[in-house]
Design a binder for this molecule. Structure first.
Ligand SMILES: Nc1ncnc2c1ncn2[C@@H]1O[C@H](COP(=O)(O)OP(=O)(O)O)[C@@H](O)[C@H]1O
Ligand SMILES: [Mg+2]
Length: 144
């Protein structure tokens, strides 16, 4: 994928993950797209829950797997939370009207983004989540 990471974090617990989500929130603007890459269980949806909290979303955020996208109203901006796991390719994404959401002026967070990587703009902010050497702590690398 050849991503250039400029920030790395080691996350020991959920408290650290919440701090990281606040850091991301402090760095995003309207219309940003966040591509969230990482294996099942690494913390993508949990990150999104903390991020939504930073945005002032009051509803509880749950995994959008069966809906592909879930929409939440924050204080100032709308959050579009995608799970592209069941999409085979970018055409599938077009079919659900995905690009309209991306261009609607909110914040988009996309889990399993590699399935639709072709249509993601250059400006997409990538976050890679995996495990640290101890296989317990999480390692997070960002292109921003
Ligand atoms: N940094 C973390 N430290 C401890 N537990 C975590 C951390 N991140 C996520 N978890 C826990 O791991 C489980 C799976 O997380 P989830 O966010 O659903 O993963 P994903 O969306 O990547 O599949 C949840 O029970 C969550 O509370
Ligand atoms: Mg998930």
């Amino acid at each position: 994928m050849g991503q250039h990471f400029i920030n790395q974090f080691i996350i020991s617990d959920l408290n650290d993950l919440e701090k990281f989500a606040k850091w991301v929130y402090s760095r995003i603007n309207a219309s940003d797209i966040i591509a969230l890459e990482g294996d099942l269980g690494v913390g993508k949806t949990t990150f999104t829950q903390f991020f939504a909290k930073s945005m002032g979303v009051e509803e509880s955020v749950t995994s959008p797997t069966f809906n592909i996208v879930k929409i939440y109203r924050g204080t100032d901006l709308t959050l579009y939370h995608f799970d592209a796991y069941r999409l085979k390719n970018s055409e599938d994404f077009f079919e659900i009207g995905g690009e309209d959401y991306l261009e609607a002026g909110g914040i988009s967070i996309i889990e399993w983004p590699s399935n639709i990587e072709k249509i993601l703009p250059e400006s997409t902010k990538w976050i890679f989540m995996d495990y640290d050497e101890d296989m317990i702590k999480r390692r997070i690398r960002c292109t921003f």
